[in-house]
Design a protein around this ligand. Structure first.
Ligand SMILES: [Zn+2]
Ligand SMILES: [Zn+2]
Length: 224
């Protein structure tokens, strides 16, 4: 059950933090992002990559991972990087941000695929989604969209990952295809988590708190 509920909980927590810190800049979002990037990357290497390599052959796995990286690059032309933590879209437009919305939904749907009872990917997705939900909600609140538009955006966005998980788990008889999709998701995770680690740094300056956040992410993923 947790594998369906935790990704939704991430959006609720993120949206709540964004609502509570409405006036000031959300505190510690950058550190939380660094932590989530390292945690997701580590879980991908510890859990997901060995699982996929165990089921489909190595070259094919590599090819699909590269496709995932490419897919995420393309999605980010439309989302402008919302999956890894920043939103820059014209704040004063009141037209619904369809491109952002659709690319985020595709990303979230796919990221539900590798979640099942026998791995810990759900925690990686949970931790990755909280800062993203904070940033998206903050962006939506600052925009001119109606309450109905904001709520629908968040509700559909929250539903996509469990929907992906459900699809993957009910297609169990097609398990080989699920592993191919999972290889694509590995590519997506590699792309977003390395981008997060790269972008949260400021000009390669030594940053102790970022370093601690990254180490914590790796250690927790190792022992989970
Ligand atoms: Zn970026
Ligand atoms: Zn994601």
């Amino acid at each position: 059950m947790n594998m369906y509920l935790l990704p939704i909980l991430a959006i609720i927590i993120g949206a709540a933090i964004a609502l509570l810190t409405r006036k000031q800049k959300p505190f510690g979002t950058k550190l939380l992002l660094s932590f989530s990037g390292a945690f997701l990357l580590a879980l991908t290497f510890f859990d997901l990559l060995p699982e996929v390599y165990g089921h489909i052959n190595a070259k094919q796995t590599g090819l699909f991972i590269m496709c995932g990286i490419l897919l995420q690059v393309i999605l980010e032309f439309f989302s402008k990087g919302a999956e890894h933590g920043h939103v820059h879209i014209h704040k004063n437009s009141s037209a619904f941000p369809w491109l952002l919305f659709i690319s985020l939904c595709i990303h979230s749907f796919l990221e539900g695929f590798p979640i099942h009872q026998h791995n810990d990917m759900v925690y990686g997705v949970l931790v990755h989604k909280i800062p993203i939900a904070i940033l998206i909600t903050t962006f939506l609140l600052q925009s001119n969209y109606s309450k109905f538009q904001i709520t629908s955006f968040l509700v559909v966005f929250a539903a996509m990952t469990p929907l992906g998980t459900y699809t993957a788990n009910t297609l169990a008889f097609l398990s080989n295809y699920v592993y191919l999709v999972n290889a694509i998701v590995i590519g997506i995770f590699l792309h977003i988590s390395t981008t997060i680690l790269f972008e949260t740094g400021e000009g390669h300056k030594f940053n102790l708190s970022k370093l601690v956040a990254i180490c914590l992410g790796i250690v927790i993923a190792y022992y989970i």
